[in-house]
Unconditional design. Structure first.
Length: 385
């Protein structure tokens, strides 16, 4: 009871003071002294910040005095007052007047009370303000306003995307990637694959080689049948994680699907070596069974069979003989040896073919020796003849 009496007395005592100030401000405004009238109205606001009538008159006099920036600030303050009092429509009307007067004054610090009081009602205004800042070349102010909206309602991925794009435009890569990860989590949980791919590609383009991002992109592309895009991501993943068995198997599978069976076989040999080093033979057998279903070509099946024989023998691939390993790994020499015939033997070393039966000499028949036979006869026989 005593508190109410004291408050009434204080208001009555202040009313005598404020009435005189108000009359003086009105007289100055009528005489055209707008700056002096605005100063009197400012005193009224200092005495009672919730006096919206004095605030509106102050903003009007500031506009007449050519002080649009101060007028915009005062209108934004009044919008917050209306919001706290529950007058949403009046708050939005006053805020739009402030936006028309001086958009550059619509910054986070002055919009925060309005967003806190109006909630979702102020979202459209803040998004409009953010776009105006972007068009006017004020990206930092646009970022701050969007971040205010994101903090007020974190469940909207579209705002986070715009915020991440503004962060990337300003070089704030770390903050942008953090926002993109949150957006990706939300899109993934709702099954929005197309938008998720766009976000993951942005993360890959601006965040460098991230194994998780590359692996997820490759999985999505393989599921959608876009094998060449999947191949690009898997090759990038294999470069940064050469011991990743799953990535290597998927890379071999994509090559097999594209008809590159020889390259697929080489990748399977690398995968078999990794499995032999890291795990047991059961995983190796399972991998070979999976690979057998990728292609039905006889050459590919024979290569798999040969790989299985070499891998599953005692000692694994390390037990392959050195000569065979050299044949399978070392490239063949391009130079060929010519098979030149040996030089002919001297004539005197040649032995004539003996006939199977010695011909009989008939009396009175002359026997003429051929030149080759004459060379093989001793000298004494020739002389006697």
């Amino acid at each position: 009871m005593i508190d109410h009496v004291d408050e009434a007395r204080a208001n009555r005592s202040l009313s005598f003071l404020t009435d005189s100030i108000r009359e003086r401000a009105q007289r100055l405004a009528a005489e055209g002294h707008h700056a002096k009238a605005a100063a009197e109205y400012q005193v009224l606001i200092d005495i009672d910040p919730s006096d919206v009538e004095a605030g509106l008159r102050l903003a009007h006099q500031l506009v007449e005095a050519g002080q649009q920036a101060r007028a915009s600030d005062e209108l934004l303050r009044l919008a917050g007052v209306y919001a706290r009092l529950g007058h949403e429509r009046r708050a939005m009307t006053v805020a739009l007047q402030a936006l028309r007067l001086e958009p550059s004054r619509m910054v986070r610090k002055r919009l925060a009370p309005l967003v806190a009081g109006l909630g979702q009602v102020a979202v459209d205004l803040c998004e409009q303000v953010s776009r105006i800042h972007v068009l006017a070349g004020r990206p930092e102010e646009a970022r701050d306003v969007l971040r205010l909206l994101v903090e007020a309602d974190p469940s909207q991925p579209a705002r986070r995307m715009r915020l991440a794009e503004l962060d990337l435009a300003q070089g704030h890569t770390t903050e942008a990637l953090a926002e993109l990860r949150v957006v990706a989590d939300g899109l993934r949980s709702h099954g929005r694959t197309e938008e998720l791919v766009r976000v993951l590609e942005m993360m890959h383009a601006h965040g460098g080689s991230d194994e998780a991002v590359l692996r997820e992109l490759a999985t999505i592309y393989m599921r959608c049948g876009e094998l060449r895009r999947a191949l690009t991501k898997l090759e990038a993943l294999h470069r940064i994680a050469p011991t990743d068995r799953m990535a290597l198997e998927r890379l071999a599978r994509v090559h097999a699907s594209l008809g590159r069976l020889e390259l697929c076989t080489r990748l399977l040999e690398q995968l078999a070596a990794l499995i032999d080093e890291q795990t047991d033979r059961g995983e190796l057998r399972a991998m070979l069974r999976r690979a057998g279903s990728w292609s039905s070509e006889a050459s590919f099946q024979r290569a798999l069979e040969d790989l299985g024989v070499r891998c599953l023998r005692p000692g694994g691939l390390a037990a392959v003989p050195e000569s065979r390993a050299a044949r399978t790994i070392a490239p063949r020499s391009t130079t060929r040896r010519r098979n030149t015939p040996p030089p002919p033997l001297p004539r005197w070393t040649r032995r004539p073919e003996r006939p199977s039966a010695v011909p009989t000499m008939v009396a009175g028949e002359l026997h003429v020796l051929e030149a080759v036979d004459a060379e093989l006869l001793p000298d004494d026989v020739l002389v006697a003849e």
